[in-house]
Design a protein around this ligand. Structure first.
Ligand code: HAM
Length: 412
């Protein structure tokens, strides 16, 4: 046996129905908010994420499945979707093709992280992005849609957290204030935080190491260092969230682990997920489109971890059961049983059939296990009379029905 790669997982029948349900609900919500679906490649140039996600992020520094392809090109499995979405937006000039560029996408992402509950090396995201709108009402609408998705999936207990990380103008000042506040205590931080304090001090807020917490808790808050524009924008976002009756908590620690964010950041946290409790996360990234070679356009979006959504969803209906199970009695009836199964399937009925010519008892047992509503029995006698014996598995009633009318009479 060659097992699956660590951190990857199969989604088996029995579980896949929950994924399909989640995807149906999400597609429906996205359509109601005006989003169009897009699918981009799983493999991209490494440079796209180095520039987009950011050189100082853990993702780019440690977690990318990057390699040189056979043509000598540096490529990578995508660790996230946002840079790909920006690339597609710019490459296809989507702002000319669509009235408002609101996009969503489903697909696998790859990060070489330490696997644990809710954290995988190949995982799946719903990714949502909007381009070209700077107004704070959009921030609130995007956040409200994220909350609507979680609610629509029946996930009861969750918390919406928001913050503003400022923009290119005010963030350097905040970074400086962080370093000043850290002062000598910098040497008490974990190695990761010390490294972060040099590359991107904001990221210190991401640290989960217990010894760092008292130090991190005493640090200044980004919202106290916002420039006028960022402060007004954030106030407008939180006011609009209130107008939309959306409960939220402002957390200065929500800085997000990717470099492109500017102004609003947000996450929805699930309660039943353990350490990996972020169901979704995102924010505004004005500046990224231009940085990746496009026009100067605003951007905002979020991504939800599909594994985490499915884990947090309540028990739902399981797999749908077949409409019919065709039983062949005797060798001679087997070809006719398959013709009957074909006819039922062409008429739109989910139909199973037995392949290995076992006894009536064995076939009936298998039919029962399948959950089929009706069993259609075809033996030499039935064929001679031009009939099929139909058994209703719920009532146990059994009746002979003309072969030519079976689809219409039984299932019509
Ligand atoms: P992210 O916070 O890195 O943001 O990931 C978003 C979500 O993906 C997380 O909240 C989590 O649910 C899920 N996720 C991340 N890593 C893993 C993993 N290893 N295993 C399972 N689930 C995981 C982004 O990816 C940004 N591109 C979001 C965004 C879109 N910002 C703006 N637009």
């Amino acid at each position: 046996m060659i097992p699956a790669i660590r951190g990857t997982h199969d989604i088996l029948p029995g579980e896949i129905e929950r994924w399909q349900h989640a995807e149906r609900v999400i597609r429906d919500v996205c359509a109601r908010y005006g989003y169009r679906e897009i699918r981009t490649p799983v493999i991209e140039r490494e440079e796209l994420f180095a520039k987009g996600t950011g050189e100082t992020t853990d993702i780019v520094q440690k977690e990318m499945y990057a390699f040189e392809d056979k043509g000598g090109e540096r490529v990578t499995l995508r660790p996230e979707a946002t840079p790909s979405m920006v690339r597609a937006y710019v490459e296809h000039a989507l702002e000319q093709a669509l009235p408002t560029v609101k996009l969503f996408s489903f697909g696998p992402m790859f990060r070489y992280e330490r696997p644990q509950k809710g954290r995988y090396r190949q995982f799946h995201q719903l990714d949502v992005e909007v381009f070209g709108v700077s107004d704070a009402t959009l921030d609130a609408e995007v956040i409200e849609m994220a909350a609507a998705l979680v609610r629509g999936l029946g996930i009861g207990e969750s918390e919406l957290v928001v913050n503003s990380v400022g923009c290119r103008d005010c963030r350097p000042g905040f970074g400086k204030a962080l370093l000043e506040a850290l002062g000598d205590r910098r040497s008490d931080l974990c190695g990761n935080c010390r490294r972060r304090s040099e590359t991107n001090p904001l990221r210190i807020f991401d640290c989960k190491v217990p010894a760092c917490q008292p130090i991190v808790d005493a640090l200044p808050h980004s919202t106290d260092y916002l420039c006028d524009g960022c402060r007004e924008h954030f106030a407008a976002v939180t006011d609009q969230l209130k107008a939309l009756d959306l409960d939220h908590r402002v957390s200065h620690r929500l800085v997000r682990g990717l470099d492109y964010y500017a102004k609003t950041t947000f996450e929805v946290l699930g309660s039943a997920l353990g350490a990996q409790n972020a169901l979704l996360g995102g924010g505004r990234y004005d500046g990224l489109v231009r940085q990746l070679g496009g026009p100067d356009r605003a951007g905002i979006g979020f991504a939800a971890g599909m594994e985490r959504l499915v884990l947090a969803m309540p028990e739902g209906p399981g797999a749908s059961t077949p409409d019919a199970f065709v039983v062949a009695l005797g060798e001679a009836a087997r070809p006719a049983a398959h013709v009957l199964a074909r006819d039922l399937r062409h008429a739109g009925l989910a139909t199973l059939v037995d392949y290995d010519a076992r006894s009536l008892r064995a076939q009936m047992k298998r039919a029962d296990r399948s959950g089929a509503r009706r069993v259609l029995i075809l033996g030499d006698d039935e064929i001679a009379r031009g009939e099929v014996t139909v058994k209703d598995m719920e009532s146990g009633e059994q009746a002979a029905v003309a072969r030519a009318e079976v689809v219409q009479r039984v299932f019509g």
